[in-house]
Design a binder for this molecule. Structure first.
Ligand code: HEM
Length: 416
């Protein structure tokens, strides 16, 4: 691959961490090297940082940037709950309407029982055909892109992999897939500024309605899929409520679509920006498995998650009070110099590589195996079908304080 920088919007952070607004999506439009530097300053100057906000349900929040502190909170769902939101948006609004029903925003015994139940749908036997589908799809899409030469890697390749995979996992019939795809795009897209909130709400309701119907069908005729597991299982002898079933279908979409898609898009972009690493991958000097882990660390697709403290807790010499919002910045922890040697170097052969891109502890990503399989399939297909890739226009970053990545990545590919 050859050198060539993609052009993105710039928004330069200042020299100290004071005044940096972590709620503002524009903060994260700065070039990667500046963001790496911004987080280095947070870790050095204010690792347990009190970030004020005005005009919201809470006066501010803690921003944790060191690996050890982030892990400490991820690990501890006794003193830090997800039930009052687990990302900045919901935490600052004061809560999440799916709390206590959707896995990611449920804690305690109900979380453990729901998670054990859902794990049945993520068992290797069930995932095997899903992963085979991922490999076939990635290979076909990358081969077509390489044959046609020019493509938007985000829209022509990456967009078609995660939702199709999730549809397989959920057991969505082939005839419903386009409908589902258009709804999820409207309901969840963080890509466009000024997108109508009403349209998103309508699409979200239609999605819930759709899954309610599918759950009814699967209750009578169960298969090996997430919807069947949710529709037919019981906890303490009681079936799941209608809301639990549909919220958890929805949660697989929220959890698995954009995160995987953005990882693949950023993976492609980083290979173009680091031609020496592309050569190492292409020649087999580094394994695809190790490259997948470094893409996940480097990209940190979910920049943060968060919790509410249930009691006073000392972290890094500061007192987090009961009721405080605590945000955990994966995008900083994954670059902590106390844990990663030379963290600002993109090294596909990095070992060890204990990144926190999938979180840690009781809420560790349920789809980590699938997410890894998707990135792996994409890198394998690139290695097989592509000799060289160069940028073919500006990459378009998404606007978000939660997810990191691009909605458009025009590239020119030369066939292997
Ligand atoms: C949880 C990241 C792919 C489903 C999480 C968490 C992270 C994460 C950091 C922890 C959230 C927390 O602690 O509050 C990612 C990344 C992915 C990815 C970076 C792709 C590269 C997927 C896929 C699926 C999925 C493919 C499903 C098909 C979930 C679910 C949870 C979760 C259901 C909640 C688990 C729980 O609360 O027990 N993910 N994820 N994720 N993820 Fe993923």
């Amino acid at each position: 691959m050859s050198f060539g920088a993609f052009v993105t919007d710039l928004h330069t952070p200042s020299d100290t961490v004071e005044g940096i607004d972590l709620t503002d999506p524009r903060t994260f439009l700065a070039p990667g090297a500046e963001l790496v530097d911004m987080w280095r300053r947070f870790r050095a100057q204010s690792p347990v940082h009190w970030h004020e906000v005005t005009g919201r349900a809470v006066p501010g929040f803690w921003a944790l940037s060191r690996y050890d502190d982030v892990m400490k909170v991820y690990r501890d769902n006794r003193r830090f709950t997800s039930e009052r939101g687990n990302v900045l948006t919901t935490l600052l609004e004061g809560g999440d309407s799916a709390a206590g029903k959707m896995l990611a925003v449920t804690d305690g015994r109900r979380h453990r029982d729901l998670r054990n139940l859902l794990l049945k749908a993520f068992a290797p036997r069930v995932l095997e055909p899903v992963v085979a589908g991922v490999r076939e799809r990635a290979d076909r899409l990358v081969r077509h892109a390489a044959e046609s030469g020019d493509c938007d890697f985000a829209q022509d390749v990456a967009e078609h992999i995660p939702m199709a995979t999730i549809a397989d996992l959920l057991g969505v019939p082939a005839g419903d897939r386009d409908y589902l795809l258009s709804l999820t795009k409207e309901a969840l897209s963080t890509e466009e500024e000024g997108q109508s909130a009403d349209e998103a709400l309508v699409a979200r309701n239609e999605l819930l309605f759709y899954f309610s119907g599918l759950a009814g069908e699967r209750r009578d005729d169960p298969r090996d899929d997430v919807v069947s597991v949710l529709a037919t299982s019981t906890i303490d002898g009681e079936p799941l409520s209608e809301q639990e079933i549909i919220f958890n279908c929805y949660s697989v979409i929220i959890g698995g679509d954009e995160t995987s898609r953005l990882s693949m898009i950023c993976g492609m972009r980083e290979l173009i920006e680091h031609p020496e690493q592309w050569r190492r991958l292409k020649s087999g000097e580094v394994t695809v498995d190790s490259a997948v882990e470094e893409v996940l660390r480097w990209v940190s697709p979910a920049m943060h998650f968060g919790r509410r403290a249930l009691e006073d807790v000392e972290i890094g010499g500061r007192t987090v009070r009961a009721g405080d919002v605590v945000t955990l910045w994966n995008s900083s922890a994954n670059y902590d110099e106390d844990v990663f040697a030379d963290p600002g170097t993109f090294d596909l052969g990095r070992a060890p590589n204990k990144h926190v891109s999938f979180g840690y502890g009781p809420h560790f990503c349920l789809g980590a195996y699938l997410g890894r399989a998707e990135i792996s399939a994409m890198l394998t297909a690139l290695r097989t079908h592509v000799a060289e890739a160069v940028p073919d226009g500006p990459a378009k970053p998404i606007h978000s304080n939660f997810l990191h990545g691009y909605s458009s990545l025009p590239v020119t590919l030369r066939r292997a």
